[in-house]
Write a protein that binds this ligand. Structure first.
Ligand SMILES: NC(=O)c1ccc[n+]([C@@H]2O[C@H](COP(=O)([O-])OP(=O)(O)OC[C@H]3O[C@@H](n4cnc5c(N)ncnc54)[C@H](O)[C@@H]3O)[C@@H](O)[C@H]2O)c1
Ligand SMILES: [Fe+2]
Length: 433
């Protein structure tokens, strides 16, 4: 039964921008479920709450999953101390692989099955947190991660999960999603299930201070993109809009400082909060064209997720813009652009230009040729993007396969540079940019 026969007046909400009234673009009338971790602890020192939170979840024997990049910074002591102080047994697994291939997950599942652990901690960027999610639900099922690709394929809640991010990027600490590289299909794929939602997220900006500039830039742009794609998603809600809008503001204000003055705690704190907000926003509203077009770039050429997303961002947004000029104007304002006196179209163009400028300022590649991907790879990239139906369903403008190809062609070769001839993955170059 349709409960709303008479369309009410469009709602307005008072934005944080000087009290200016923005026209609401959708009326909340469909029932919607919103998910996020039951407990969210934020701010400097949040990680010190780990022991107490682990005890509340009846943890006695804890497995912390991280990667070698994080463990080699000496950061594991930050999680070991509070767990030991709470009297818990702790073991570490630091072999999670960045942008984890599905084939690498079997090892950790076996360790959990034989180790008698009763609580999983994911400690690191999105990669170890996603591995932790798989390690919580797969043991003793006989299933593999390939079996759970898609929506609601995870059959049951596994071990409790506490997620502690060390990048300001994926927001994975707040999502019911885990992303892996399917090396059989050469594409990134997602598992989506409420059983993957961490029970507790501890978001401590001090843990991101050691992130080098390239990781800060790429993961920070991923966080901005989560907020933007959630904001323009056709499945956005008032709850996700308010988080996404604030997330865009926080990240736009601080990402340059976080990259070029990494010890600036104000910037790190804004980034950590903006990333968390992006996680909740996109975890409920979804992401769209940018992620759908970037997954094949990551899957086929091992370009880090944040780099691949940033490359696609302005090109996909240029295309999306015409479907929702007002939303572009709004989030451009959240980015700090002055839109006074501009038409909606002029304002939307200014927003796209601001995204390009940001990628330039952070020195993130923007063309396929920048990371060694030849134009001849485009048909295969289009095939990969076509498989991302879950993401296309959120996007404000419908993309045909021809549109996908056009976006890849627009971003194929940096003007003035030579086209790339061979199919030569250049992940290392991208990772070191
Ligand atoms: N589950 C989700 O909701 C979700 C959302 C978006 C992206 N992802 C996935 O997350 C992964 C990317 O995660 P990411 O961008 O956070 O990067 P990452 O976890 O892959 O880490 C990138 C590099 O940074 C290093 N690193 C992390 N924290 C550090 C610190 N504090 N100091 C020094 N080095 C540090 C790591 O060791 C690694 O070498 C991708 O696989 C992506 O698809 C998941
Ligand atoms: Fe992402």
């Amino acid at each position: 039964m349709d409960h709303v026969h008479n369309e009410p007046e469009p709602r307005v909400f008072s934005s944080a921008m000087g009290g200016q009234q923005l026209e609401r673009r959708r009326v909340e009338r469909k029932m919607r479920i919103h998910r996020q971790p039951k407990t969210l602890i934020t701010g400097i020192g949040a990680v010190d709450q780990l022991g107490e939170e682990a005890r509340k979840l009846n943890g006695t024997k804890v497995l912390v999953i991280t990667d070698e990049g994080v463990s080699s910074c000496g950061m594991c002591a930050e999680v070991e101390r509070p767990l030991r102080e709470a009297g818990l047994d702790v073991a570490f697994y630091d072999k999670a692989v960045p942008e984890p291939p599905m084939g690498t997950i079997g090892e950790i599942v076996e360790i959990v099955e034989t180790g008698g652990y009763d609580l999983i901690v994911g400690f690191g960027g999105g990669s170890p947190i996603d591995v932790a999610k798989a390690a919580a639900v797969l043991p003793d099922t006989g299933d593999t991660v390939y079996d759970y690709v898609g929506i609601d394929k995870v059959p049951r809640k596994g071990l409790p999960i506490i997620a502690i991010p060390t990048t300001a990027g994926t927001g994975s600490e707040c999502t019911a999603i885990a992303i892996f590289a399917n090396e059989k299909l050469n594409v990134k794929q997602g598992l989506v299930s409420p059983f993957l939602m961490p029970n507790v997220a501890l978001v401590d900006p001090a843990l991101t201070l050691s992130c080098p500039p390239n990781v800060t830039a790429a993961s920070g742009m991923d966080a901005l993109i989560h907020n933007i794609e959630a904001y323009i998603s056709v499945n956005a809600t008032m709850h996700t809009d308010s988080l996404a809008y604030e997330g865009i503001k926080l990240i736009s204000q601080s990402i340059r400082t976080a990259v070029y003055d990494g010890s600036n705690m104000w910037a790190r704190d804004n980034m950590a909060m903006g990333s968390m907000m992006g996680g909740i926003a996109f975890g409920n509203a979804g992401v769209g064209a940018v992620h759908a077009l970037s997954y094949p770039i990551g899957g086929m050429f091992h370009v880090p997720h944040g780099v691949a997303n940033t490359m696609v961002l302005p090109w996909a947004m240029e295309f999306n813009m015409l479907a929702c000029l007002r939303w572009f104007k709004q989030f451009g304002e959240a980015m700090g652009e002055n839109m006074l006196g501009l038409s909606d179209r002029e304002a939307a163009e200014k927003t796209v230009a601001a995204l390009r400028q940001l990628a330039d300022d952070l020195n993130v590649p923007q063309y396929l040729s920048d990371v060694g991907i030849p134009e001849s790879a485009i048909p295969e990239l289009v095939e990969g993007a076509k498989t991302q139906a879950r993401l296309w369903a959120n996007n404000p403008r419908k993309f045909t396969p021809e549109d996908m190809e056009q976006v890849y062609r627009n971003m194929a070769v940096r003007p003035g540079s030579k086209p790339v001839k061979e199919k030569k993955p250049a992940a290392d170059k991208a990772a070191k940019n």
